[in-house]
Design a protein around this ligand. Structure first.
Ligand code: SF4
Ligand code: SF4
Length: 206
C-alpha cells in the first residue's frame, strides 16, 4: 500500500492560485488512497466543496479504480468523459497516479496529497515504512523485518548505538533493531545476525 496524506488546503490553493478560473476536475483513487480515506469518493466530494467555497472553477470529480494502472488515455476518457473537458486535473492519489496522468495527457496535473511511505494495512492500523524499494531485498536475514526502511539511518548491520531502552534516538518508537532482535530470538534465529551484509547495490533498482 502506498501511504498518502492530504495536503493542507492552503498548499493546494497555492498550486492552483494562477489557474483557478480554468476547468478543474478532481480525480480520486479507490485503491490505497480510498482505503486510507485520503482520495476516495467522500474525500473527492469534500475537496470539491472546499474548492467551490473558494470560487475555484471545479467542473466535476471522479474516482478511478486505480490511478497507478491505466490502460490508455483513450480508455480513461471513454470511461470518465468529464476528464477530457477539464483543463486541470487535481489528483487525490499517490505520486504514481499523479505522475502517470502527467505523462498521459497535456493537461495541467496537480497533486492534492503527499506520498509518505510504502506501508501496510493491519486491521485498522496503518504501518509505515515497510519497504523503501532499495532494489536488493535482504529481509530474509531478518525474518521479514526491514532495517533499511524501518531505521532512519538505514543501519544494515546492527543498531547505531544511540537507542535508549530499546527506543530509537531519532523517532519516537522502538528501534527496529530491538524489534529484529526480539523476533529473531523468538524464532530461534539469532545466529543469522552474525552475518555481515555488504552495502546495498542500489543500482539494481534502476
Ligand atoms: S530490503 Fe529493500 S526491498 Fe526489501 S523490504 Fe527493505 S527496502 Fe524493501
Ligand atoms: S536507534 Fe535504531 S532505528 Fe533509530 S537510528 Fe539508531 S539503529 Fe536506527
Amino acid at each position: 500500500m502506498i501511504v498518502t496524506r492530504s495536503k493542507p488546503i492552503e498548499e493546494i490553493m497555492d498550486q492552483i492560485d494562477q489557474i483557478m478560473d480554468q476547468k478543474i476536475c478532481v480525480i480520486g483513487c479507490s485503491l490505497c488512497a480510498g482505503k486510507l480515506k485520503t482520495g476516495g469518493e467522500p474525500e473527492v466530494k469534500n475537496m470539491i466543496r472546499q474548492l467551490q467555497d473558494k470560487r475555484v472553477n471545479v467542473i466535476d470529480g471522479v474516482v478511478l479504480k486505480h490511478a497507478c494502472s491505466i490502460e490508455s488515455w483513450e480508455s480513461l476518457i471513454k470511461e470518465q468523459p468529464v476528464i477530457s473537458d477539464a483543463e486541470v486535473l487535481l489528483v487525490m492519489s499517490c505520486g504514481i497516479g499523479v505522475s502517470l496522468l502527467g505523462r498521459l495527457c497535456d493537461k495541467i496535473v496537480i497533486p492534492a496529497l503527499d506520498t509518505v511511505s510504502l506501508g501496510a494495512a493491519l486491521n485498522d492500523e496503518i504501518l509505515l515504512e515497510m519497504c523503501s524499494m532499495c532494489g536488493q531485498c535482504t529481509v530474509g536475514f531478518f525474518s521479514g523485518l526491514c532495517p533499511k526502511s524501518g531505521c532512519p539511518k538505514s543501519q544494515l548491520n546492527g543498531p547505531c548505538g544511540g537507542s535508549n531502552d530499546g527506543e530509537c534516538e531519532v523517532r519516537e518508537r522502538k528501534c527496529i533493531w530491538t524489534r529484529i532482535y526480539e523476533v529473531m530470538e523468538a524464532k530461534n534465529m539469532l545466529s543469522m545476525l552474525n552475518e555481515t551484509l555488504s552495502p546495498t547495490e542500489y543500482n539494481r533498482g534502476l
